[in-house]
Design a protein around this ligand. Structure first.
Ligand code: CO8
Length: 260
């Protein structure tokens, strides 16, 4: 698939994916969602020795200012459901991706943009980033998983206030509330996100993928996360990287993980 709205480059084994619709503040239109679906569902699996993905927005103003409002003025209830479901499915691909996905939030992360950042495993935000779920201003609610992931990220009380008031919050509040992992100087978002992925890439990749899976299991209805952990722990014990990690510790040397 040739991308119109995503720029993808690989640096040191890390995919930097930039949503490139600067004039519309990187709003998520249908084409962009299809491209994200293709990248996280197919293309990323073809990148050899991928350490992780940094997701960011083009320009200095916005990470993503939401779903593209021009596309949904005339949605019927059935269309709205289909729109929301399709978006949620794309974001699940990100949340369940086997390598770390870090949002480098370089400006406004509003509506679907805030939801996209929350679907990533980690969030690194620049000092001028602003977060908001302003859908009630449009007569809507978040539709890409925001009502659920916000509660997971910041708790029910703050999530309700955030969504019902539609207030935009500063990066310091977002950090205080636990919505972002790191606040970094303006312009450093991508580099710091890459540094975080580099750090994780020094660990055993299979174990990291199982951490992601088990943490996600906590939120999966009908899944016993404790059992999932037992299962994944056993799987890790069957890897060469486990032998290497334990041997390296006992031999007082750095571990050399191979991903096997
Ligand atoms: N969709 C489409 N275009 C947008 C969007 C958007 N979300 N945000 C900004 N733009 C466009 C503007 O229309 C403008 O275009 P143009 O230059 O052609 O007029 C351009 O980007 C620049 O924007 P502004 O002139 O408004 O820039 P300002 O600096 O004055 O304001 C803001 C910046 C505060 C970010 C302002 O643009 C804004 O409030 N944007 C909308 C934010 C918003 O409401 N986001 C939520 C959208 S709804 C959503 O995300 C729901 C997700 C779930 C959907 C489920 C399926 C239905």
């Amino acid at each position: 698939m040739t991308y119109e709205n995503l720029l993808v480059r690989i640096e040191d084994g890390i995919a930097i994916v930039t949503i490139n619709r600067e004039k519309a503040l990187n709003a998520l239109n249908t084409q962009t969602m299809l491209e994200l679906q293709h990248f996280f569902g197919e293309a990323a699996f073809e990148i050899e020795n991928l350490k992780g993905v940094v997701l960011t927005g083009a320009g200095e103003k916005a990470f993503v200012a939401g779903a593209d409002i021009s596309e949904f003025r005339d949605l019927s209830p059935a269309d709205g459901m289909a729109f929301a479901k399709r978006g949620q499915d794309v974001f699940f691909l990100i949340e369940r991706f086997h390598r770390p996905v870090v949002a480098a939030v370089n400006g406004f992360a509003l509506g679907g943009g805030c939801e996209l950042a929350m679907a990533c495993h980690l969030r690194v935000a620049g000092e001028k980033a602003r977060f908001g779920q302003p859908e009630v201003n449009l007569g809507l609610i978040p539709g890409y998983g925001g009502t659920q992931r916000l509660v997971q990220c910041i708790g029910k009380s703050r999530a309700l206030e955030f969504m019902m008031t539609a207030d935009l919050i500063s990066v310091s509040d977002a950090s205080h509330w636990g919505l972002v992992n790191r606040v970094v100087p303006l312009g450093r978002e991508v580099e710091e996100a890459k540094a975080l992925i580099e750090k994780i890439a020094g660990k055993a990749p299979f174990a990291v993928s199982r951490v992601i899976e088990c943490v996600n299991a906590y939120y999966d209805e009908g899944v016993d996360g404790f059992w999932k952990e037992v299962d994944a722990f056993g799987e890790c014990c069957g890897t060469e990287d486990f032998r290497e990690g334990a041997s390296a510790f006992l031999e007082k040397r750095p571990a050399q993980f191979t991903g096997k």
